[in-house]
Design a protein around this ligand. Structure first.
Ligand code: IPD
Length: 281
Protein backbone atom coordinates (compact mmCIF):
# COMPACT_ATOMS: atom_id res chain seq x y z
CA UNK A 1 0.00 0.00 0.00
CA UNK A 2 1.58 3.32 -0.95
CA UNK A 3 1.02 6.38 1.21
CA UNK A 4 -0.02 9.82 -0.06
CA UNK A 5 2.78 12.41 -0.25
CA UNK A 6 2.26 15.97 0.96
CA UNK A 7 2.50 17.55 -2.50
CA UNK A 8 2.17 21.13 -1.27
CA UNK A 9 5.39 21.02 0.74
CA UNK A 10 8.96 21.01 -0.53
CA UNK A 11 10.65 17.61 -0.87
CA UNK A 12 12.68 15.99 1.88
CA UNK A 13 15.89 16.11 -0.17
CA UNK A 14 15.89 19.94 -0.21
CA UNK A 15 15.42 20.11 3.59
CA UNK A 16 18.42 18.12 4.80
CA UNK A 17 22.17 18.56 4.51
CA UNK A 18 23.36 18.67 0.89
CA UNK A 19 25.79 15.91 1.87
CA UNK A 20 23.24 13.77 3.72
CA UNK A 21 23.43 10.02 3.26
CA UNK A 22 20.65 8.12 1.48
CA UNK A 23 19.56 6.72 4.85
CA UNK A 24 19.00 10.16 6.35
CA UNK A 25 17.07 11.08 3.19
CA UNK A 26 14.90 7.99 3.68
CA UNK A 27 14.13 8.94 7.31
CA UNK A 28 13.25 12.48 6.22
CA UNK A 29 10.93 11.22 3.51
CA UNK A 30 9.20 8.83 5.93
CA UNK A 31 8.63 11.44 8.63
CA UNK A 32 7.14 13.97 6.17
CA UNK A 33 4.66 11.39 4.90
CA UNK A 34 3.69 10.36 8.43
CA UNK A 35 3.43 14.02 9.44
CA UNK A 36 0.89 14.77 6.71
CA UNK A 37 -1.46 12.21 8.25
CA UNK A 38 -1.18 13.73 11.74
CA UNK A 39 -1.58 17.30 10.44
CA UNK A 40 -4.84 16.50 8.68
CA UNK A 41 -6.22 14.64 11.71
CA UNK A 42 -5.71 17.19 14.49
CA UNK A 43 -8.76 17.90 16.64
CA UNK A 44 -9.82 17.58 20.27
CA UNK A 45 -10.40 13.93 21.07
CA UNK A 46 -12.97 13.08 23.70
CA UNK A 47 -12.90 10.41 26.37
CA UNK A 48 -14.08 7.45 24.29
CA UNK A 49 -11.51 8.21 21.59
CA UNK A 50 -8.48 7.90 23.85
CA UNK A 51 -6.74 4.75 24.92
CA UNK A 52 -4.77 5.03 28.18
CA UNK A 53 -1.72 2.76 27.80
CA UNK A 54 -0.99 3.54 31.42
CA UNK A 55 -2.37 6.16 33.76
CA UNK A 56 -2.16 9.50 31.88
CA UNK A 57 -0.18 7.95 29.03
CA UNK A 58 -2.45 8.18 26.00
CA UNK A 59 -2.69 6.74 22.54
CA UNK A 60 -4.97 7.85 19.70
CA UNK A 61 -5.83 6.02 16.50
CA UNK A 62 -3.50 8.49 14.76
CA UNK A 63 -0.46 7.39 16.80
CA UNK A 64 -1.09 3.92 15.35
CA UNK A 65 -1.84 5.16 11.82
CA UNK A 66 1.25 7.39 11.65
CA UNK A 67 3.48 4.64 13.02
CA UNK A 68 2.11 2.23 10.41
CA UNK A 69 2.88 4.75 7.64
CA UNK A 70 6.43 5.23 8.91
CA UNK A 71 6.97 1.49 9.37
CA UNK A 72 5.83 0.87 5.76
CA UNK A 73 8.31 3.48 4.55
CA UNK A 74 11.29 2.31 6.60
CA UNK A 75 10.58 -1.32 5.77
CA UNK A 76 11.08 -0.46 2.11
CA UNK A 77 14.35 1.41 2.76
CA UNK A 78 15.81 -0.72 5.57
CA UNK A 79 14.48 -4.27 5.22
CA UNK A 80 17.19 -5.75 7.43
CA UNK A 81 17.14 -3.22 10.30
CA UNK A 82 15.38 -3.87 13.61
CA UNK A 83 12.36 -1.64 14.34
CA UNK A 84 11.26 -0.37 17.74
CA UNK A 85 8.18 1.78 17.46
CA UNK A 86 6.64 3.40 20.52
CA UNK A 87 3.24 1.91 19.62
CA UNK A 88 4.77 -1.47 18.63
CA UNK A 89 2.86 -1.52 15.33
CA UNK A 90 5.58 -3.20 13.26
CA UNK A 91 8.32 -4.02 15.72
CA UNK A 92 10.96 -6.36 14.46
CA UNK A 93 13.94 -7.85 16.24
CA UNK A 94 17.16 -8.40 14.37
CA UNK A 95 20.46 -10.14 14.92
CA UNK A 96 23.02 -8.56 17.23
CA UNK A 97 24.88 -5.70 15.64
CA UNK A 98 22.09 -4.79 13.23
CA UNK A 99 21.05 -1.10 13.37
CA UNK A 100 17.83 -0.32 15.23
CA UNK A 101 15.25 2.21 14.04
CA UNK A 102 13.35 3.98 16.84
CA UNK A 103 10.03 5.56 15.91
CA UNK A 104 7.84 7.90 17.95
CA UNK A 105 4.89 8.60 15.63
CA UNK A 106 3.55 11.43 17.78
CA UNK A 107 5.75 12.86 20.49
CA UNK A 108 3.41 15.05 22.46
CA UNK A 109 0.38 12.76 22.23
CA UNK A 110 -1.35 14.60 25.07
CA UNK A 111 -1.13 17.88 23.11
CA UNK A 112 -2.33 16.08 19.98
CA UNK A 113 -5.25 14.45 21.77
CA UNK A 114 -6.39 17.80 23.15
CA UNK A 115 -6.10 19.43 19.71
CA UNK A 116 -3.05 21.54 20.61
CA UNK A 117 -0.95 22.06 17.45
CA UNK A 118 2.45 21.31 18.99
CA UNK A 119 3.73 17.75 18.60
CA UNK A 120 6.38 16.04 16.50
CA UNK A 121 7.12 12.75 14.86
CA UNK A 122 10.64 11.47 15.27
CA UNK A 123 12.80 8.63 13.95
CA UNK A 124 16.36 7.74 14.85
CA UNK A 125 18.85 5.03 13.91
CA UNK A 126 21.06 3.55 16.60
CA UNK A 127 24.10 1.57 15.49
CA UNK A 128 26.15 -0.16 18.18
CA UNK A 129 25.64 2.19 21.11
CA UNK A 130 25.56 5.33 18.97
CA UNK A 131 22.72 7.41 17.57
CA UNK A 132 23.89 7.90 13.99
CA UNK A 133 20.96 9.62 12.25
CA UNK A 134 17.70 11.23 13.27
CA UNK A 135 14.81 13.42 12.19
CA UNK A 136 12.15 15.34 14.09
CA UNK A 137 9.21 16.88 12.22
CA UNK A 138 6.79 19.54 13.43
CA UNK A 139 3.94 18.74 11.05
CA UNK A 140 1.94 21.87 11.93
CA UNK A 141 4.78 24.32 11.20
CA UNK A 142 6.25 22.10 8.48
CA UNK A 143 9.64 22.23 10.19
CA UNK A 144 11.99 19.33 9.52
CA UNK A 145 14.98 18.93 11.86
CA UNK A 146 17.64 16.44 10.81
CA UNK A 147 21.10 15.36 11.90
CA UNK A 148 23.66 12.73 11.12
CA UNK A 149 26.69 11.82 13.21
CA UNK A 150 29.54 14.05 12.02
CA UNK A 151 27.30 15.79 9.48
CA UNK A 152 25.82 18.70 11.43
CA UNK A 153 22.24 19.62 12.29
CA UNK A 154 19.74 21.17 9.88
CA UNK A 155 16.31 22.79 10.03
CA UNK A 156 14.53 22.82 6.66
CA UNK A 157 17.87 22.70 4.87
CA UNK A 158 19.61 25.44 6.90
CA UNK A 159 22.49 24.56 9.21
CA UNK A 160 21.58 25.20 12.86
CA UNK A 161 23.63 25.61 16.03
CA UNK A 162 23.03 26.08 19.74
CA UNK A 163 23.37 29.67 20.90
CA UNK A 164 25.90 30.78 23.48
CA UNK A 165 23.96 32.10 26.47
CA UNK A 166 24.83 35.37 28.16
CA UNK A 167 23.74 35.94 31.76
CA UNK A 168 21.58 33.38 33.54
CA UNK A 169 18.76 35.91 33.78
CA UNK A 170 18.59 35.96 29.96
CA UNK A 171 18.16 32.26 29.28
CA UNK A 172 14.94 30.45 28.40
CA UNK A 173 14.79 26.84 29.54
CA UNK A 174 12.34 24.05 28.75
CA UNK A 175 11.44 21.39 31.30
CA UNK A 176 9.05 18.50 31.68
CA UNK A 177 6.43 18.59 34.42
CA UNK A 178 6.42 14.97 35.59
CA UNK A 179 3.32 12.86 36.09
CA UNK A 180 3.32 10.61 39.17
CA UNK A 181 5.86 7.81 38.75
CA UNK A 182 7.80 9.54 35.96
CA UNK A 183 10.76 10.63 38.08
CA UNK A 184 13.38 7.90 38.00
CA UNK A 185 16.77 9.52 38.42
CA UNK A 186 16.10 11.93 41.28
CA UNK A 187 13.60 12.36 44.12
CA UNK A 188 10.75 14.82 43.71
CA UNK A 189 12.29 17.49 45.92
CA UNK A 190 15.51 17.54 43.88
CA UNK A 191 13.58 17.88 40.60
CA UNK A 192 11.25 20.56 41.88
CA UNK A 193 14.14 22.49 43.44
CA UNK A 194 15.89 22.48 40.07
CA UNK A 195 12.70 23.86 38.53
CA UNK A 196 12.28 26.50 41.26
CA UNK A 197 15.85 27.62 40.71
CA UNK A 198 15.03 28.22 37.03
CA UNK A 199 11.87 30.12 37.94
CA UNK A 200 13.81 32.28 40.38
CA UNK A 201 16.73 33.15 38.11
CA UNK A 202 16.10 32.74 34.37
CA UNK A 203 14.03 34.58 31.75
CA UNK A 204 11.46 31.81 32.02
CA UNK A 205 10.60 28.13 31.96
CA UNK A 206 8.63 26.51 29.12
CA UNK A 207 6.69 23.25 29.26
CA UNK A 208 5.87 22.80 25.58
CA UNK A 209 4.60 19.20 25.73
CA UNK A 210 6.87 17.48 23.21
CA UNK A 211 10.26 16.54 24.58
CA UNK A 212 11.49 15.75 21.05
CA UNK A 213 10.68 19.25 19.82
CA UNK A 214 11.90 20.97 23.00
CA UNK A 215 15.30 19.29 22.70
CA UNK A 216 15.38 20.13 18.97
CA UNK A 217 14.70 23.74 20.02
CA UNK A 218 17.91 23.64 22.09
CA UNK A 219 19.73 22.62 18.90
CA UNK A 220 18.50 25.68 17.02
CA UNK A 221 18.72 28.16 19.90
CA UNK A 222 15.01 28.70 20.55
CA UNK A 223 15.67 27.29 24.01
CA UNK A 224 18.97 27.54 25.89
CA UNK A 225 18.43 24.30 27.76
CA UNK A 226 15.93 21.58 28.59
CA UNK A 227 15.49 18.79 31.13
CA UNK A 228 13.06 15.99 31.81
CA UNK A 229 13.24 12.63 33.58
CA UNK A 230 11.88 9.26 32.48
CA UNK A 231 12.17 9.77 28.71
CA UNK A 232 12.85 6.96 26.27
CA UNK A 233 15.11 6.66 23.25
CA UNK A 234 11.93 7.00 21.14
CA UNK A 235 11.40 10.50 22.54
CA UNK A 236 14.93 11.88 22.72
CA UNK A 237 17.18 9.88 20.33
CA UNK A 238 17.03 12.07 17.22
CA UNK A 239 16.93 15.30 19.23
CA UNK A 240 19.94 14.36 21.33
CA UNK A 241 21.92 13.88 18.11
CA UNK A 242 20.63 17.26 16.87
CA UNK A 243 21.98 18.99 19.99
CA UNK A 244 25.30 17.14 19.82
CA UNK A 245 25.75 18.06 16.16
CA UNK A 246 24.69 21.64 16.89
CA UNK A 247 27.57 22.05 19.36
CA UNK A 248 25.59 21.52 22.57
CA UNK A 249 25.72 18.93 25.32
CA UNK A 250 23.25 16.19 26.29
CA UNK A 251 23.81 14.29 29.54
CA UNK A 252 22.09 12.75 32.52
CA UNK A 253 21.11 15.16 35.35
CA UNK A 254 24.46 14.46 37.05
CA UNK A 255 26.41 15.51 33.96
CA UNK A 256 27.41 11.91 33.12
CA UNK A 257 26.31 9.72 30.22
CA UNK A 258 22.55 9.25 29.68
CA UNK A 259 21.26 6.13 31.43
CA UNK A 260 18.20 3.91 31.15
CA UNK A 261 16.43 6.24 33.63
CA UNK A 262 15.97 8.59 30.67
CA UNK A 263 16.94 11.70 32.63
CA UNK A 264 17.95 14.10 29.89
CA UNK A 265 19.63 17.43 30.41
CA UNK A 266 20.40 19.33 27.20
CA UNK A 267 22.01 22.72 26.95
CA UNK A 268 24.37 24.93 25.10
CA UNK A 269 27.97 24.60 26.29
CA UNK A 270 27.85 27.70 28.49
CA UNK A 271 24.61 26.87 30.26
CA UNK A 272 24.93 23.08 30.62
CA UNK A 273 27.26 23.05 33.69
CA UNK A 274 24.97 25.52 35.46
CA UNK A 275 21.95 23.28 34.79
CA UNK A 276 23.84 20.27 36.19
CA UNK A 277 24.58 22.25 39.37
CA UNK A 278 20.81 22.61 39.85
CA UNK A 279 20.56 18.86 40.48
CA UNK A 280 23.36 18.67 43.07
CA UNK A 281 21.04 18.56 46.06
C1 IPD B 1 5.84 12.46 25.77
C2 IPD B 1 6.28 13.86 25.41
C3 IPD B 1 6.11 14.80 26.58
C4 IPD B 1 6.84 14.30 27.79
C5 IPD B 1 6.45 12.88 28.12
C6 IPD B 1 6.67 11.98 26.91
P1 IPD B 1 4.76 10.83 23.98
O1 IPD B 1 6.02 11.57 24.70
O2 IPD B 1 7.60 13.89 24.98
O3 IPD B 1 6.62 16.07 26.30
O4 IPD B 1 6.56 15.13 28.87
O5 IPD B 1 7.26 12.47 29.17
O6 IPD B 1 6.28 10.67 27.25
O7 IPD B 1 4.20 9.85 24.97
O8 IPD B 1 3.79 11.86 23.64
O9 IPD B 1 5.38 10.18 22.80
Amino acid sequence: MSNPKPAEFSPASSRISPTASPRLAALAEAVLIGGAKARSSLRRRLDGELVAKAQRDYQTEIDIAVEQIIVDEVNRSFPSYAIKGEEAVGNRNAKDGVPVIYIDPIDGTTNFAWGIPHFGMTISIVEGAEIVAGVVYDAMLDELFSAELGGGSYLNGERIGCVSSKGIEDVLVGAGLPIPGQLKAVPEDVYFNALKRLMATTAGVRRLGSAALSIAYVACGRLDGFFEDGLSMHDYGASALLVHEAGGVVSAFNGGPVTSNGDILAGNRVLHPWLVEGFQA
